[in-house]
Design a binder for this molecule. Structure first.
Ligand SMILES: NC(=O)c1ccc[n+]([C@@H]2O[C@H](COP(=O)([O-])OP(=O)(O)OC[C@H]3O[C@@H](n4cnc5c(N)ncnc54)[C@H](O)[C@@H]3O)[C@@H](O)[C@H]2O)c1
Length: 346
């Protein structure tokens, strides 16, 4: 195998993928601008990638081209993105610049330097306005949030590169991902990272609506398995990465509490608007954001069909939720104890 490029390699998913490829004896080049990622993610028992990572912004065409020219990558995993929904909503120009323009830089350089396949990290958020479940790859989608639209637009560019140039590109639509290295420390961590952090600090997690909203959670190792399985694809493809089952936030809280011995800490369930009230810019006249849209975002149900991934790539998610949460908690507590102290930013 030739060299594999991973962008966004200091983030949760990119770092786990890098670790797996390295363990399998592959040659990897890692790119991140550390806008969200962290060096902590790059330290594993057997490998320390901190010195290896190229601190480049994916929008830096010159810097990126130097890497493509030097390594002639066989494959590219384009994982880098601005992922927190509120950040994308508050700064849509940056979101489009990084997520869409950044993807175009990667696609164009991949074309120019003859990369054999690009694998793009897309999202289940694309289905946010669909009402039929489980969501299938063939559904027509029309998302409303900025984040989902940046991914939707990027998928269109991926398709365009396949249709115009025959360059194989696979778009993986990840459901909610969890597992070791999930970020607990950023301002808006993913829900599991947030609950673990609050329990760890003895706080009551503040959650939204009644906790009965249900999401599809996929464990990181299962996701990485599929990231590797799709390397055989030789055309354009869109693939859901999911368990095809939905779990309520209340169940997630209970499983984490049991794992951490925090059953005595009761979460606080607040109004759905609470989550977004920290972003006053969004409520500014004359065009304040639609409250209905935000409510829909908080309450939305997700469940993605995984039949296509199973049938075409022989893949199957293996991790039982309770075991996956146990692994997630174990790693997060270690990280919060040992490395989180100087990196807590509220
Ligand atoms: N985590 C999930 O539940 C989930 C769900 C669906 C889709 N995804 C997608 O998977 C990918 C990875 O998600 P994650 O959870 O690991 O997020 P993450 O924020 O942990 O990782 C993203 C990485 O991209 C880097 N990055 C951002 N802008 C960059 C730029 N301009 N140049 C170079 N690097 C840049 C960040 O520093 C970070 O390390 C993202 O594309 C995300 O949209 C994630």
């Amino acid at each position: 195998m030739g060299t594999v490029l991973i962008t966004g390699a200091a983030g949760f998913i990119g770092s786990q993928l890098a670790y797996r490829l390295k363990k399998d004896g592959e040659s990897v080049v890692l790119v991140d601008n550390f806008s969200y990622g962290s060096e902590d993610n790059l330290i594993f028992p057997e490998y320390n990638f901190v010195e290896e990572v190229c601190r480049i912004d994916v929008r830096d065409v010159k810097g990126m081209e130097q890497l493509f020219a030097k390594y002639h990558f066989e494959q590219v995993y384009h994982i880098a993105a601005i992922t927190p929904l509120p950040d994308c909503q508050v700064s849509p120009i940056d979101a489009v610049d990084v997520n869409v323009r950044g993807t175009t830089v990667v696609l164009e350089l991949s074309r120019k330097y003859g990369v054999q396949q690009v694998i793009f990290a897309s999202t289940s958020a694309i289905y946010e306005n669909n009402e039929k479940f489980p969501s299938e790859e063939s559904f027509v989608t029309a998302p409303s949030m900025i984040y989902a639209n940046t991914k939707f637009a990027s998928e269109q560019f991926c398709r365009a590169y396949w249709e115009a140039y025959g360059m194989p590109v696979v778009c993986l639509r990840f459901a909610n991902v969890y597992g070791p290295h999930i970020d607990c420390l950023r301002t808006q961590p993913p829900v599991m990272g947030y609950i673990i952090r609050e329990f760890f600090q003895g706080n009551q997690p503040v959650l939204h609506a009644d906790g009965e909203q249900r999401r599809d959670f996929i464990y990181i190792d299962d996701l990485v398995d599929l990231c590797l399985a799709v390397r055989e694809a030789s055309s354009y493809d869109i693939i859901n990465v999911s368990t095809e089952s939905s779990v309520s936030i209340k169940t997630i809280v209970r499983l984490i509490a049991e794992e951490m011995g925090c059953e005595n800490i009761a979460p606080i369930y607040t109004d759905t608007a609470h989550y977004w009230s920290k972003y006053p810019d969004l409520y500014r006249e004359p065009y304040p954001i639609s409250k209905k849209l935000l409510e829909h975002e908080v309450l939305k149900y997700t469940c993605l069909s995984n039949k296509y991934a199973m049938e075409k790539y022989g893949w199957k998610p293996k991790t039982e939720l309770r075991n996956g949460i146990a692994q997630t908690v174990r790693f997060a507590i270690e990280a919060l104890n040992e490395r989180g102290k100087n990196r807590y930013y509220g």
